[in-house]
Design a protein around this ligand. Structure first.
Ligand code: BTN
Length: 328
């Protein structure tokens, strides 16, 4: 059900910089003008600013720089999407919360978003630095009922979609480092973590987590990450509207998921990956289990495997592993 605040915010957003009459808002919400004003006061305490002019109404003049679910719903209102959004200002890990909610029977799809993770996780059990610094920590939960073999392309497909969205928003092109890193200028701007639970021969629960450095200032990283991490705001010199971006992300990920399930993505998948691929043609080392393979990265195939031309002249394909780019 649409909340009162979502309805108010939707009306204000639709008017862009124009005024919305308080009495029209009150009538459409079937409440008094005082009650509308009380909702505006509540939103003011969360970082919104409204200009109120007698006989003209309200105008939205400032939006919060932290996640505000009602504003996300307002941005998404024009799309008839079937999703649920859970928000917690602090959480251990949005991936863990999504898994707990799935295990507890919550209907999918849904997303879990937080401003601060106390146990943010990356691949190989690494820590994902998750301060409340304007960055985004979000997980999407699905119940796909597909064969496990199909999962190999999932994170890559999501990565393509997220990079296309970032490119639209920032007018700059991020890079993808197989299989799950989003980069600007060789520095990490985002990471994806896909986790699944299986039932005999089917994927039962699927959690797709994204940590995206949206708005953290350059000097906010701990020393160890300083040269390795970057935010979109730092790269473009412009802060992003986290709620507008999150709304667009939710729409994009849900669409991408539907295309993934229907198989529609297959025809364009490898070509679209190559548009963002930062490894192609580079000398790399791939850590694969206990083995290290040196060679030249040569794109991905339709299955999402990394193609490597090894020093011995052989072409090999890898389904998993961790890549480092060799310094010249
Ligand atoms: C990686 O690059 O190793 C993947 C990082 C994934 C981090 C995100 S933040 C939201 C979600 N919750 C987590 O605990 N991890 C993912």
């Amino acid at each position: 059900m649409t909340s009162t605040e979502t309805t108010i915010l939707r009306a204000l957003i639709e008017k862009e910089n124009g005024f919305v009459s308080g009495s029209i808002l009150a009538r459409s919400l079937d409440m008094s003008r005082v009650a509308v004003w009380q909702h505006m006061e509540k939103m003011r305490r969360h970082g919104f600013e409204f200009e109120a002019v007698r006989a003209r109404g309200y105008r939205l003049t400032k939006r919060p720089d932290t996640v505000y679910p009602d504003l996300i719903h307002a941005y998404l209102a024009a799309r008839k999407l079937n999703y649920d959004l859970l928000y917690a200002s602090t959480i251990d890990s949005t991936n863990d919360e999504a898994a707990r909610q799935l295990a507890g029977g919550r209907e999918a799809p849904f997303a879990v978003v937080s401003s601060y993770q106390t146990k943010g996780r990356g691949r190989f059990g690494r820590v994902w630095h998750s301060e409340a610094n304007g960055n985004l920590y979000i997980s999407f939960a699905f119940r796909p009922k597909i064969e496990p073999a199909r999962m190999q392309t999932f994170t890559l497909w999501m990565g393509i979609n997220i990079c296309e969205l970032i490119a639209n928003f920032t007018r700059t092109t991020p890079g993808l480092k197989w299989p799950n890193d989003i980069l600007f200028d060789g520095r990490k701007a985002g990471g994806m973590l896909t986790e699944a639970r299986m039932d005999s021969d089917q994927i039962r629960d699927l959690v797709f987590g994204l940590g995206l450095n949206l708005n953290s200032p350059a000097d906010s990283w701990p020393a160890a990450l300083n040269k390795r991490a970057i935010s979109l705001a730092e790269h473009t010199n412009t802060p992003l509207d986290i709620n507008k971006f999150t709304a667009a992300l939710i729409g994009r990920v849900l669409d991408a998921y539907d295309q993934f399930i229907s198989g529609d993505y297959r025809k364009t998948f490898a070509d679209r990956w190559h548009e963002f691929d930062i490894l192609r043609g580079k000398a790399i080392k791939l850590l694969h289990g206990t083995e290290t393979i040196a060679g030249t990265a040569s794109g991905i195939d339709d299955e999402g495997s990394l193609i490597v031309k090894t020093a011995t002249g052989r072409t090999e394909r890898f389904r998993a592993g961790e890549v480092t780019i060799e310094k010249k």
